[in-house]
Design a protein around this ligand. Structure first.
Ligand code: FRU
Length: 489
């Protein structure tokens, strides 16, 4: 039987090894397999989970359905790394195999406690009428890497006033107490975040809804994350149900944050500024952060979106995670920088510098499929300037500055196989400055573009032909000068 057609909640141990081998063969034959991003060995990856540093290594888990590129039964898959660059596939971490998580081990987070790591996740279940029932569960990873689930869930009911959409605990410690934010939907179908507390991680109390200034902001908030940085509070979440507004909220679902005063744990309220989207690209969801031993706040997200089909589906796999990014605050906004460890991937270096006037140029020694490219433009009087990359006969992906509109624009209309076309082919945001630096991380089927050292970031999947390797620099309606450095990855 075609794996894609088998029933949604099938477990990996119900499928023969031959079927799994055939699926993996199909996955590995795909020309869009990534080279320096975390991706599933087969099937579908979604949210990053349980990101932490323990026993000298970073541990990063993700939502995984092994048997095909669809949202089937979800496992937690485990990867680890000493340097945030080279990741080892460890294997399945949490299997959805008991009463509390029979229909999926859903998203959650990690915290070290008493020498072990506590993985706090949502067990998803469905009753005979297919009604969803979420249980908040814990699995403990010890120093040998063995992961054992607690026998019972630690928070088993949905409090009155909320629907079955109650999931994705993100845990932290404040003083002697543990807290967790959970993504929720109220019975009037308004999204929000609630707060739980615990003294031992084993028994949890419902504190109530976290009061924000966003009282009617979508129908469900998924994957919340709360942390403090530079003496301020940041609440990240992924709201569903926002309508597009100008250049904002163009994707099917959004991910963003509010920044402000630290969360008042007694009053359960946060005083904050506007909701800001974290990323300006096409494929970014469910960001998840951790604090590492150097005190860095590091974020990883799912480079994909729910309810959108992707061209790699036909090869039996879908999605990858973003590169890890270090967060900081600048001018009241979060700024993201690729972690500096990524520089260890830099191989052959190539450079070019030029001044362009109403022209598009290529430099024979600058092209490729997987690379980092840093390009600084200085505007003369050009109306637009930028870069076409992964370009070939009929294909190109374009990042440019439109000086007339004062916007950075990413255009994937001609990026290869179409993805999410009904949500448009351009993403833009306002940006000012006479100098613009684009730092691109280009993998076989993705690009992450950091603008002026992470003031804005555009993250997107692209599905070009392997032959589309050209990099073209252009200025139209006047002149602009640039300096570019590229490293093969
Ligand atoms: C977000 C999400 C979470 C849920 C998980 C299931 O993408 O829907 O809310 O826990 O994915 O895979």
């Amino acid at each position: 039987m075609e794996l894609q057609k088998i029933k949604k909640y099938i477990r990996i141990d119900e499928v023969s090894q031959e079927e799994i081998d055939a699926l993996i063969l199909r996955v590995n034959s795909c020309s869009w397999r990534q080279t320096f991003h975390i991706q599933p060995i087969s099937g579908l990856l979604n949210d990053p989970n349980g990101f932490c540093f323990y026993n000298g290594e970073y541990h990063l888990f993700y939502q995984w359905h092994p048997l095909g590129p669809f949202h089937g039964l979800k496992y937690w898959y485990h990867t680890k790394s000493k340097d945030l660059v080279n990741w080892e596939n460890v294997g399945i971490a949490i299997k959805p195999d008991n009463y509390f998580d029979s229909h999926g081990a859903y998203s959650g987070s990690a915290i070290e406690h008493d020498g072990n790591v506590f993985l706090f996740y949502t067990g998803n279940t469905r009753d005979e009428n297919f009604k969803r029932n979420p249980h908040q569960c814990i699995a403990v990873m010890d120093a040998t890497g063995t992961i054992t689930k607690l026998e019972k869930s630690v928070f088993d009911k949905v409090p009155a006033g909320y629907t079955e959409h109650f999931r994705d605990p993100k845990v932290w410690k404040d003083g002697e107490k543990f807290y967790a934010v959970i993504g929720a939907q109220k019975t009037d179908e308004i999204g929000c975040v609630v707060l739980l507390s615990s003294s031992d991680l084993l028994e949890w109390n419902f504190e109530g809804e976290l009061a924000t200034h966003l009282n009617h902001f979508g129908y469900m908030w998924e994957c919340p994350d709360y942390f403090e940085i530079e003496n301020q509070g940041v609440l990240i979440f992924s709201p569903q149900g926002l309508e597009p507004e100008g250049d904002s909220y163009q994707n099917i679902f959004q991910s963003g944050y509010v920044l402000g005063e630290k969360l008042d744990l007694q009053q359960k309220e946060m005083n904050h500024g506007n909701f800001e989207e974290i990323d300006r690209g096409f494929d970014f969801y469910a960001p998840h952060t951790m604090m590492d031993p150097q005190g860095r706040r590091i974020m990883v997200a799912w480079m994909g979106l729910p309810e959108v089909e992707y061209p790699s589906d036909i090869n039996g796999w879908a999605h990858c995670l973003t590169l890890p990014r270090e967060l900081s605050v600048q001018n009241g906004k979060l700024r993201q920088k690729p972690v500096q460890e990524l520089q260890s991937l830099r191989k052959m270096k190539a450079e070019a510098a030029d001044s362009l006037t109403d022209e598009k140029k290529i430099y024979d020694w600058i092209s490729g499929v997987t690379y980092e490219l840093v390009c600084e433009f200085e505007r003369g009087d050009a109306a637009e300037y930028g870069i076409e990359f992964r370009a070939g006969d009929d294909e190109k992906t374009v990042i440019k500055y439109d000086a007339v509109q004062g916007k950075v624009v990413l255009d994937r209309a001609l990026s290869g196989k179409e993805v999410g076309g009904k949500f448009g082919t351009e993403r833009k945001c306002e940006f000012s400055g006479e100098k613009i630096k684009f730092q691109l991380f280009v993998d076989s089927s993705s690009v992450e573009i950091f603008v002026n050292d992470g003031e804005e970031v555009f993250t997107s999947r692209i599905f070009p032909d392997v032959k589309s390797r050209e990099i073209r620099f252009f200025a139209t309606g006047g002149s602009a000068a640039f300096k570019a450095v590229k490293w093969d990855y």
